[in-house]
Design a protein around this ligand. Sequence first.
Ligand code: FAD
Length: 620
Amino acid sequence: SSRTPESFIDVLVIGAGPAGLMCSNALASAGDIKLRVIDQRPAKVAVGHSDGTQPRTIEVLQSYGLAERLLREGNQIHMSAFYNPNPNGGIEASIQRPRLSCRAPDVTAPTARYPFEVTVHQGIVENIFIDSMMLHGLRIDRPVKPCAIEFPHDRPSHPIKVTLERLDAATDEEKAEIIYAKYVVGTDGAHSWVRQSLGITMDGEQTGGFPFNSTWGVVDMIPDTNFPDIRNGSGIHSTNGSCLIVPREGDKIRLYVQLADEDVLDPRTGRVDKARMSLEGILEVAKKSLYPFYIRPLTDVEWWTIYTVGQRVASKYSVGDRVFIAGDACHTHSAKAGQGMNASMNDTHNLAWKIVQVLRGWAHPSILKTYESERRKYAQDLIDFDKEYSALLSGKPRTSEDQDGVSHEQYLIVFQAFGDFTSGIGVHYGPSAIVITKHQECARNLVIGDRMLPQIFVRAADSRPVEIQDLLPADIRWKVLVFLGILDESHLPGVKALAEELDEPTSFLRKYPIDGQIPLIFDIISIVSGDKTVFNYLNVPDIFRPHWSKVLLDDTDVTGAKGGGAYERLGVNTRDVTFVIVRPDGYVGMIAPCSALKDLHEYFGSFLISHPSHTCLGTD
Ligand code: FAD
């Protein structure tokens, strides 16, 4: 009707789970994006759902300034324990082979800045985002859902028309609203309305995991137990089925209990029927699987569910690079490797900065194509991993009667081999316009396409130790790390000449939007190999020293305990100048020696839009 209110915005986010919240918070903290986020649920998740935050996700949260609260409120899992059947019909943690023990670090990713998993229920993670968004003046609009999405031709600036329905409206007039958006992000979960409305199919297995049992009972509770590894992450193989124990905030744990098909599947449809299983039923299975240890709830159970997931990935992640889907809307996998929430949040961490750069007129819209190429590939790898891992976890354990079963060694080897992957640290983006691998040899151990490694430097001006990842916030800007090497008399003249060259109007540091002398798109950090007790930071030419805090030394801090050795560790030559370009999401996009400035110019020229006179921001 003519009375239906209309509004024009930059981005509409549909669904405020982990993926939608990461997206909304990233867009809101950019400060200049007209944004709406809607969710059909009247209130946020209070209990249950996903509960594991992996090491890379903690780094990502830290890049938004949000890790501290998670670390404070969450439980940390440092150790995992493994149990197998014993000859007496129970389970035990012993292991026959030398070198393999019954416990191993929960995270086997040696470069992780936070080498552990943080476990809390999803609602706490969501709260962290919701509070941060409030500081940026953004609230979730709920309960609201979309009911139509169209692409009318008459509004090229805002080509997507979404009709919203307010579910708690008192009158019909208040019910509908029309939004014209430049971009829409569908983060509306596994049954995504956005995905279905766009006709995007899911490829893969609907029920997942066949022939392995893939239905699990999930219980969040405070346990009464004599199981000695209750505060470690525990994987239990018993002849009765597998169990996983995830220690959680406070005294809570989450219990994953493998259920037998005959107990949960409807024989007529072959589908899971939740009504066939009860909390008591799940606890009964757990009791048998953990024998001779006992486990029972000490207090009322907080939350429980039956969880079964197929391993599927959407055939595409976007329509016309205008409407995107992310999170469970485009990939689902089993919960056992604890990836659901992590993969989902990292999807939109990858996407949000690209949308902002395009909206600001910094980057060409073609950059948006890398969202699908990077994240869909990752989802496929995740599913391949998940299939192997779930099969091992759900498979029958090897016993003296069943020599074909899964051995403890097999499980442990896979668990450790995929450590990089499950921690998220091993996420690698392949070559594209924004990942150019040409000069990898200039920093041999800094893999182009991986996230920037954590490393402590000392600030040259005040010798304060700083973690490089903290100087790479998710603030939409490209970080230009300039490894200047040793600034002695033989090297300094060359560095000065380079500074002059980079000050030319054609230089990539001058060509793109600039505020006075400071580039808006780039954050320049220089790293010198030198001694904090004698180095004069003012020797660093102006262009490499936009602020005193941006000159770092590869040296130890005053205690000698932190920092130093970065040039060697990363494989960077101290007699050359090496540029390391870190994308706004923290991934290394390009490396170049100073003799290859042309390659740097070409790199940025292929996706950034130059307009040297442009000094103010605008989203139109
Ligand atoms: P979701 O968290 O599903 O968020 C989607 C949001 O969109 C929701 O807030 C929903 O209300 C909203 N929405 C949906 N449709 C619409 C619409 N049409 N209009 C407006 N809003 C809409 N993962 C694990 O790793 N371990 C677990 O144990 C585990 N247990 C789970 C138990 C349950 C019951 C569920 C539902 C999920 C569980 N998951 C688990 C999966 C994990 O929660 C997801 O992988 C993760 O939440 C994905 O985040 P997301 O933002 O993509 O989707």
